[in-house]
Design a protein around this ligand. Structure first.
Ligand SMILES: [Zn+2]
Length: 173
């Protein structure tokens, strides 16, 4: 248990941090402990609650304009480790631009999807409307919860009530 879930003042999940950093935030009065572990945290002279979930005292504005960097791992996790075109979860997964870069498509979350290699090859440099292929789900920027899931070694049960939309199906892998 060396990771701590950090919530905004609004209870929106923000990120995952170390116990040490979380303790410093609490010690400085910048965060409160919402969930703690049974065992206390010992310093040379004192004991403190061992933070497990903390909440910032002051609301931190999260700039939505700043895009989270696209990684294959985050993309595949967003799409549940399945091809968005045919739904297969087996075989090699690839990153596909819905509007191909050669046709002016950008590398943004709204234009990249998880595709199995055969679907990616089949689609090639065509637009969707030039094929008979369809998207099972429209691509969107991933939620903060997804990045927390990826940053966490595992998601403890005590975190779950603070992580709305945590998809157990997509958590595998
Ligand atoms: Zn496919």
């Amino acid at each position: 248990m060396t990771q701590v879930l950090v919530l905004n003042a609004s209870y929106e999940p923000l990120n995952v941090t170390s116990v040490r950093r979380a303790h410093v935030l609490v010690f400085k009065g910048k965060a409160e402990v919402l969930e703690e572990l049974d065992q206390p945290l010992h310093s040379a002279s004192d004991t403190y609650p061992w933070p497990h979930v903390i909440r910032l005292v002051h609301y931190v504005r999260v700039p939505r304009a700043v895009q989270r960097k696209i990684s294959r791992r985050a993309l595949f996790a967003r799409d549940g480790w399945r091809c968005v075109y045919c739904g297969t979860a087996s075989g090699r997964l690839t990153l596909d631009h819905v509007v191909p870069r050669s046709r002016g498509g950008d590398s943004v979350w709204e234009n990249v999807v998880t595709s199995c290699a055969p679907c990616n090859h089949r689609k090639g440099d065509r637009l969707l409307e030039e094929t008979s292929m369809t998207l099972r789900t429209p691509p969107r920027p991933p939620t903060p919860v997804l990045f927390i899931r990826l940053a966490a070694d595992h998601v403890p049960d005590t975190w779950r009530q603070y992580l709305p939309g945590l998809d157990p199906a997509a958590a595998a892998a």
